[in-house]
Ligand binder design. Structure first.
Ligand SMILES: Nc1ncnc2c1ncn2[C@@H]1O[C@H](COP(=O)(O)OP(=O)(O)O)[C@@H](O)[C@H]1O
Ligand SMILES: [Mg+2]
Length: 311
C-alpha cells in the first residue's frame, strides 16, 4: 500500500454543483506547480471530467479495467497535454456506480490505494449509494462541493450524514466491540439516527476501552468544503457558517476551503474545448481556485488508508 499519495474523494450529493469542474481545475493547477496528479472519474454513466480538461474522446477508460480487458489499473491511466497530470476516465462505462459489485468495488479501491501520485482526486457522481460513499471515504481526506442554493445545501447535509454513518460503522467494525455494542451497531440505520454523538456516547458507556479510540478515528476524517457558484447576493461568510454547523453536528474535522464565483467563462471555455484555468488564468474565478489549491497544499496530513469496508 502506498501511503504517500494524498487522496481526496470529491463529492457533494447533488449533481451539477461543479465537482468535476473543480476536480479538473485543482488538478491542472497542482500539476502546473510540479505535483504528480491523477484524476479518477468515478461518475460512471455520466462521465464528463475529460470535457473540463479538453481531452477529446478518451482512448482507454475504466470500462476496460472493469471488464478485464486491462489487467492493471495503471493500464487505463492516460497522460494529458499537461506534464504531471494523468486521468482515468470512465467514458463509455455503461454501468452506474450503484451496479458495481462489491468485489469490483473492493478491487478498484485496493488498486487506487496502490497508485503512487502526489495527489489523487476521485470525481464522484451524485447520490448517496454505498459505493459512492465508500469511494469518498477511501482516505481520510475528502472535499465537498456545494452551491448556496437550499436544495444543494440540503443534499450536502444528507450526503455528509451518510458518509458519517458509513464511517462510524466501519470504525466500530474494526474495533472488536463487545456484544452489547455490536448488537446496537447492527440496529443502527440511516433513518433511526437522531444524534450522531449518541452513537459515540453509547460505545463509550458500554465499551470504554474502545470509545476514545473510536472517537479519534472519526475525528481524523477531514472534509474540506467548497462553495461553488458563489454570487454577490450570498453572504460572504456563508461557507464559514456552513462549516461551523458541520463541525458542531457532524463530528468530522471540517474546514472551509473557499468560494468559487459563478462565471459564464467556464461554460465558454468548455464550449471552445479549452481548459478554463489555462484560458482565463487571470479571471477572478481562477484566482479563487488558486487560493483553494494553496489551502489544500498547506494542510498537514497523515494518511490513513487502513479502514476496512462495511459490506
Ligand atoms: N462556478 C461556476 N460558474 C459557472 N458555471 C459553472 C461553475 N462551476 C461549474 N459550472 C458549470 O456547471 C455545470 C455542472 O458542473 P460539473 O462540474 O459538471 O458538476 P458536477 O460534477 O457536480 O455534476 C457545467 O456546465 C459547468 O461548466
Ligand atoms: Mg461530475
Amino acid at each position: 500500500m502506498n501511503n504517500n499519495s494524498r487522496i481526496y474523494g470529491v463529492g457533494g450529493g447533488k449533481g451539477g454543483t461543479g465537482k468535476s469542474f473543480i476536480t479538473a481545475s485543482v488538478g491542472m493547477i497542482l500539476a502546473q506547480q510540479g505535483k504528480k496528479v491523477l484524476l479518477v472519474d468515478l461518475d460512471l454513466g455520466a462521465s464528463n471530467l475529460h470535457t473540463f480538461l479538453a481531452l477529446g474522446k478518451p482512448r482507454v477508460s475504466l470500462k476496460h479495467y472493469l471488464n478485464k480487458e486491462a489487467q492493471n489499473l495503471n493500464d487505463v491511466v492516460m497522460e494529458t497535454a499537461q506534464p504531471n497530470l494523468y486521468v482515468i476516465s470512465s467514458s463509455g462505462c455503461s454501468l452506474e456506480i450503484a451496479n458495481l459489485h462489491y468485489a469490483q468495488k473492493l478491487k478498484l479501491i485496493r488498486a487506487i490505494k496502490k497508485l503512487s501520485y502526489d495527489y489523487l482526486f476521485i470525481d464522484l457522481g451524485s447520490g448517496t449509494h454505498y459505493n459512492t460513499l465508500d469511494f469518498c471515504l477511501l482516505s481520510n481526506e475528502g472535499i465537498i462541493v456545494t452551491t448556496p442554493e437550499p436544495v444543494s445545501v440540503e443534499n450536502m447535509f444528507r450526503f455528509l450524514k451518510s458518509i458519517y454513518l458509513r464511517k462510524i460503522k466501519a470504525v466500530l467494525r474494526s474495533n472488536n466491540l463487545n456484544i452489547v455494542c455490536r448488537e446496537y451497531l447492527n440496529e443502527i440505520s440511516d433513518s433511526q439516527v437522531k444524534s450522531f454523538s449518541d452513537i459515540i456516547g453509547f460505545v463509550r458507556q458500554y465499551d470504554a476501552d474502545n470509545g476514545t479510540n473510536i472517537e479519534k478515528c472519526i475525528k481524523d476524517q477531514k472534509i474540506g468544503l467548497i462553495l461553488n457558484h458563489f454570487r454577490w447576493q450570498v453572504d460572504k461568510n456563508f461557507g464559514h457558517d456552513l462549516t461551523k454547523i458541520c463541525n458542531k453536528h457532524l463530528y468530522f474535522d471540517y474546514h472551509f476551503l473557499g468560494n468559487v464565483s459563478s462565471d459564464h467563462k467556464i461554460g465558454d471555455a468548455t464550449m471552445r474545448d479549452r481548459v478554463f484555468v489555462n484560458e482565463y488564468g487571470y479571471a477572478k474565478t481562477a484566482t479563487e481556485i488558486h487560493t483553494i489549491v494553496r489551502a489544500l497544499v498547506n494542510e498537514t496530513y497523515e494518511a490513513d488508508l487502513s479502514l476496512p469496508l462495511v459490506s
